[in-house]
Design a protein around this ligand. Structure first.
Ligand code: OOB
Length: 541
């Protein structure tokens, strides 16, 4: 699938420049795996510790991926086809993704928490031909979800189940004798990642082999990832952060070892760090807080840890100061986005810079602009809207021409929606957000999506969902609801239940619901979210 057909791509002069600079190396994921398997076949690529410890050498991973890719191809899945993948942190996830890469089919990375509404949307919007699920995960039966989605999605021909398949196809039945596959070209799309989103439905982010591979090896250089790295995949493996910053794909690129963590709590992760001699992991701020506290009284040996990356949401300076002494390793802050741009504090930055900034971009060719509300560059050190363009930042969302007109400038800068300032060394400090989004400890919620659901309740006249500060998560969600005068009485519990029953990820259910008689309005009569946020913050404090 050639980028440009379904989404805007880099103009030729930029693509030429990125190739000439050596950022785009003309590699593909399938090719990289084959090369690593040839260069060091017996090194351990992957460990899935639960329920029994399973390991994959690079040779085994390559061979299994080859057989699975052939099996997908034999079932008619071909280059450019979309496949929604919703698996937790298990070895099958890695195999499926790498096999789809090898075929040239595009994984669409759903999260394990997604439910009917999100999955049905991804499958229909992406016109997915297949959907890959676990049998059960965290007490939830994904086969039933798949049956419901399949009934309403004409394009969906296959459901593959890791585990007991029920009425679907067992993933273990798919592999067959490898055969040569045409495979994708480096400039073609590798996958579709989900955007955190500010709109009613999430946007799909088209990433190419060339651009994503650059973000991997660029991250590896900065984070000192090499063949001796033992990376713990603590966050959901399908999210951009644990996948590529530097993530399990970065570690694969370097020939190191990734260990899949089934749950992110210290009780699960700390024994694994000790047993697997983990050197590196990535955490969102709330988890970093929990780990920092738990490290004080753990009996587990965490001394193998060399660095921990923290990002996805703002990490408070006070919390950042405590991490290194508690965990006995280096902290790196990461400020990234699935659309592209990733910033890291550097290993040789001084302590103050590491705890008080969100780092520098990966690439010398990441162009950064900080602008005011009218798009004019602000003075050095002032804060404003972050715009960016570069060798691994997309030029447009997938099949979203209208949205792209707002989300990108005419000359191709992505409007991140983040408010930042730049220090004299060029480090970015995230000061806040202009986009209408809730960042619930790294999990992004688009208020509009939840407002649209609540508006469907017969007793609701109007609704506005906003973020409120939270000591642990950074932010939580609050739904302000205006009841219909003539309707049945409505409780907070009923509103939450209504959202849950609509079938969305649990983290999107409003944490708080309050009933009001009217909303504050702006001069032009729109609901003033700014005003509501301030009221909410005052009430909570
Ligand atoms: C990562 O990716 P997304 O796509 O889930 O979310 C991106 C947004 C950013 O635009 C920003 O609003 C926020 O998440 N964010 C941060 C942050 N890191 C991300 N806000 C403040 N401080 C930080 N350190 O979240 C993501 C992707 C790759 C690597 C790391 C995180």
């Amino acid at each position: 699938m050639t980028p440009g057909v379904d989404a805007p791509t880099w103009p030729v002069e930029f693509a030429d420049r990125y190739r000439a600079a050596g950022y785009w190396r003309g590699e593909t994921f399938g090719g990289v795996l084959r090369e690593r398997a040839t260069a060091h076949p017996d090194r351990i690529a992957l460990v899935d510790p639960a329920p029994e410890r399973r390991t994959w050498t690079y040779r085994e991973l390559d061979q299994r991926v080859d057989r699975l890719a052939a099996g997908f191809a034999a079932r008619g899945i071909t280059r450019g086809d979309r496949v929604v993948v919703q698996l937790p942190n298990v070895g099958e996830f890695i195999e499926v993704v790498l096999a789809l890469f090898r075929v040239g089919a595009l994984p669409v990375f759903a999260l394990p928490a997604h439910r009917d509404t999100e999955i049905a949307y991804f499958c229909s919007f992406a016109e997915a031909v297949a959907y890959v699920v676990p049998d059960r995960h965290a007490g939830y039966d994904h086969r039933d979800l798949a049956s419901r989605v399949k009934r309403r999605t004409p394009s969906l021909k296959h459901v593959f189940v890791a585990g007991e398949p029920g009425e679907h196809t067992a993933l273990r039945e798919v592999p067959c004798e490898p055969r040569p596959l045409p495979g994708p070209a480096p400039h073609e799309l590798a996958f579709l990642q989900l955007s955190g989103g500010t709109t009613g439905v999430p946007k799909l982010i088209p990433r190419t082999h060339d651009d994503y591979l650059y973000s991997l090896w660029g991250s590896n250089d900065i984070c000192a990832v090499d063949a001796d790295t033992r990376f713990l995949v603590t966050l959901p493996a399908a999210h951009n952060f644990p996948m590529s910053s530097p993530g399990w794909l970065g570690v694969l690129y370097a020939g190191g070892t990734s260990v899949l963590c089934p749950k992110p709590d210290p009780a699960t992760a700390f024994p694994l760090i000790e047993r697997e001699r983990i050197t590196m992991t990535g955490l969102v701020p709330p988890l970093a807080l929990v780990w920092t506290d738990a490290a004080a009284h753990t009996a587990h040996d965490l001394s193998s840890l060399e660095s921990v990356l923290v990002g996805g949401a703002k990490y408070s300076e006070q919390a950042a100061r405590r991490l290194e002494p508690a965990l006995g390793c280096r902290l790196m802050q990461v400020f990234g986005m699935a659309e592209g741009l990733v910033n890291y504090t550097r290993l040789d930055d001084d302590f103050e810079t590491i705890v008080s900034t969100q780092g520098l971009p990966i690439s010398p060719d990441d162009e950064i602009r900080v602008v005011d509300d009218h798009g004019n560059d602000v003075a050095e050190g002032e804060f404003g809207h972050l715009l960016t363009r570069g060798p691994y930042t997309i030029r447009g969302y997938w099949r979203a021409p209208e949205h792209n007109r707002d989300a990108f400038t005419e000359d191709g800068f992505y409007r991140t929606g983040d408010l930042v300032r730049r220090t004299p060394t060029g480090h970015l400090v995230v000061e806040g957000r202009a986009k209408d989004q809730i960042n619930r400890g790294g999990e992004k919620v688009a208020p509009e999506e939840i407002e649209n659901i609540i508006l469907g309740h017969p007793s609701v006249h109007d609704v506005s969902v906003v973020a409120v500060p939270d000591a642990y998560l950074g932010e939580r969600s609050l739904a302000y609801v205006i009841r219909r005068e003539d309707a049945e009485p409505l409780t907070s519990v009923a509103v939450k239940r209504f959202v849950r029953e609509h079938g969305v990820a649990a983290y999107k259910i409003p944490d708080l619901v309050e009933f009001v008689d009217a909303f504050p309005r702006t001069g032009v009569g729109k609901i003033s979210k700014k005003h509501l946020r301030t009221t909410a913050a005052d009430q909570q404090s």
